[in-house]
Ligand binder design. Sequence first.
Ligand SMILES: [Zn+2]
Length: 395
Amino acid sequence: MQEKPIRTIVVDAGHGGTDHGARGGYSSEKDVTLAVSLKLGKVLEEMFPDVKIVYTRKVDRFDDVNRKAAIANEAKGDLFISIHCNAAPDIKRVTGYKTQTYRDKKKRKRTRQVPIYQSYPNPAKGTETYIWATSKNNAKSESLRNNSVIVFDANSEETQQLMDTKDPETIIMLNTLRNAFFDQSLRLSNLVEDEFTNAGRISRGARQRNEKGILVLHATAMPSVLVELGFISNPEEENYLNSADGQNEMAHCIARAVKKYKEELERTHKAGGSARPAETPAPAQQHPEPLPPAKVNPAQEPPAASAGASAAAGTDFRVQLLTTEKVYTSRSSLFKNLKGGVDRETLRQKGKSINKYIWGNFRTEAEANAALYKARKNGFKDAFVLTYRNGERID
Ligand SMILES: [Zn+2]
């Protein structure tokens, strides 16, 4: 039976060990990110006793970003939150001039006036929350493929086949899931910034980023955000970032945003998601013989899957492929592109045996929608998603 949708949240304290990150007047980014990450994790643990909180580090330790992403992927996280601080370079101002002695080309001693500079802290301040830049979409899909987050248990031969990048349908399925993750990450980034604004912080907005150090956002096979808590280079914000009150406030802001995000996903799910077609199941002979697989252009993006890739406890999803009097085994060539198993359910209707062919199951609605897309591309034009709770169909 399927488990809850958000089972694991990964909290990543940016930098650590020999990597100090940005430096303020008296503190280092790595220490602020660790303190806030530990507080955030604690708040989340109290808020969601049934969600596992995984930390990429709990001590002052260096790991490169690939290792951090690997920790998140190995934990099979459902959400990745990376914590960082911003910095802006000092501003130099001319405060006066001094007389300098030098020698000209003929070695004569001369004097000139040169400016005296003084550095001032950059006044830049406020919070920013980042998601991966869409230019990194291919890298994100690749992370999804490498981590086999879709559909089935990793490491099985079938999964390896399913994750064959030469298969255009696989690419589309991965991209569909990636688009759902993108929508979810974007939504969370806005919720985080809203909470900071409500707490009286200056929000510089939710943004996309495509720079060094942001690798964790596309290397993690899950919805991912990176929160810049504030500018450690701004003396006022540096004090706030280092204060217990400030750290608690930031941790609670992020946790409240995560709570809203989680609740929204659950509501979307309750409302029935979005990608399910309007038609109802089970007219006999609905689709006696599937059409040959449609030609798929891998460059062509399918519509983004429902952002509601979440479900209540014990909920899972399957894809009903077709209803027919004909009997096919699960090994039928009809299903050869649909890895992971197709079940047949037989029911009697007006003296006839009607067979329903059902593919799955899928952990989240986004995965089911991605699978639905693949099923339709394989000729199952009338396929639709079924929702189950504790093994009982509920839609
Ligand atoms: Zn940083």
